[in-house]
Design a protein around this ligand. Structure first.
Ligand code: PLP
Length: 399
């Protein structure tokens, strides 16, 4: 019989969102008159912006005409989009070549797909708590994973330990779930560590558009040396509401090398290009046209307005935490507010407590790693009225 990849058996079952759904469903069935407000949503809720819709429509019309119809496109993305992304980076002070940018169907796929490139006997360093995809995709490949602790003491921004060696390092900034974001000095320490260890940093910047502090880097390539050691994953999911439309981009600078068993050095950009042209047939033309509209002047302004809408909600949540004296992280340069569970509660107990007392749903920190056991994540993706109502109810827990 065909042999199965047994590494899959080492995956921990992820009950997080199904457990949440079950508990909410049970509560609602028992209390049909209660209005539940969901602040656990990790998905955007605002529709695509007008410029994006216009571009999408006209691309659909092109597909209806033999003269402008598009079949297979370049696997790496059309030049019009790669150049628009290159210009976006340049506006933020980062110079890239267009052929260092690979258009993708999102950051989730590519943060997982990149593991194709690396030998199984590399050691992977992952923060805890963090977005679970990094751990699961490396577990599927059978790679050794070591963890670095994100804690209240380090502001959920773990720093390199010179006594620990890693070959692959995942960083996510601004972080999901903690909302914490590295500053330039901290990222420089990571770049230096990676260069010393001949390691690769896999940098997930899916939430870069939420950064408003000009001192915080929006790309790891703002750091000297990063083009020799870092791959960056970004996404239009949160930048422009593309969670259902699907488009992102991965930057693989030409300066990064990995070593083969015979000692020869391989240019990662070239190898990633080989991987993509073999396993991927590109993002749909119409989606790439929609994505290009995000980078136009009007599209950028519309995206910013969207993000600001979520930020107003984040501020409502953060102000509430301040008013009741709950310690929190994120909320300024991130759509996530990560707070210490009040009353010394474990995060699942606090979940049940909130559901029962105030009918507000969030995400227990335990779902993102052991360091999340006593923390809780709320998001700013619901609408303003619901966020306000949820926070008024939250305050009553402290009366
Ligand atoms: N990276 C992080 C840190 C995320 O939180 C998410 C989605 O929640 C993703 C990547 C997935 O992004 P995409 O929609 O581009 O696949």
């Amino acid at each position: 019989m065909t042999k199965f990849n047994e590494n899959y058996l080492n995956l921990k079952e992820s009950y997080l969102f199904s457990d949440i759904a079950k508990r909410v469903e049970t509560y609602q069935a028992a209390n049909p008159d209660k209005k539940i407000i969901r602040l656990g949503i990790g998905d955007v809720t605002l529709p695509l912006a007008p410029s994006v819709i216009k571009s999408l429509h006209s691309a659909v019309d092109e597909m209806a005409d033999a003269a402008t119809f598009k079949g297979y496109g370049p696997e790496q993305g059309y030049d019009f989009l790669r150049n628009a992304i290159k210009d976006y980076y340049a506006r933020n002070g980062v110079e890239l070549d267009a052929d260092e940018i690979f258009v993708s169907d999102g950051a989730k796929s590519d943060t997982g797909n990149i593991t194709d490139m690396f030998a199984v006997d590399n050691t992977v360093l992952v923060p805890d708590p963090v977005y679970p995809v990094y751990v699961d995709t490396n577990t599927m490949n059978g790679r050794k994973i070591i963890y670095m602790d994100g804690t209240a003491e380090n502001g959920f921004l773990p720093m390199p330990d010179p006594n620990v060696h890693a070959d692959i390092i995942y960083l996510c900034s601004p972080n999901n779930p903690t909302g914490a974001a590295y500053n330039k000095q901290q990222l420089k320490a990571w770049v230096d560590y990676a260069l010393e260890n001949n390691a690769v940093i896999l940098y997930d910047s899916a939430y870069e558009c939420f950064i408003e502090d000009p001192e915080l880097p929006r790309s790891i390539f703002a750091i000297e040396g990063a083009k020799q050691c870092a791959v960056e994953f970004c996404s239009l999911s949160k930048t422009a509401g593309f969670t259902g439309t699907r488009c992102g981009y991965t930057v693989v600078p030409k300066g990064i090398k990995a070593v083969a068993a015979d000692g020869s050095e391989l240019v990662l950009n070239k190898m990633w290009n080989r991987r993509q042209t073999t396993k991927f047939n590109g993002v749909p033309y119409i989606v790439q046209r929609a994505a290009a509209a995000v980078f136009s002047e009007a599209g950028m302004a519309e995206a910013k307005a969207m993000i600001n809408t979520y930020k107003v909600n984040a501020k409502i949540i953060a102000d509430t935490m301040d008013s009741v004296g709950v310690r929190y992280y994120g909320g300024i340069n991130s759509p996530y507010i990560w707070f210490e569970c009040p009353f010394d509660m474990y995060s699942w107990d606090f979940f049940d407590f909130m559901l029962d007392k105030i009918q507000v749903v969030g995400t227990p920190g335990a779902g993102f790693g052991k360091n999340g056991d006593n923390f809780f994540r709320l998001t700013s993706f619901n609408n303003k009225a619901n966020t306000e109502e949820a926070m008024e109810r939250f305050k009553t827990l402290f009366k």
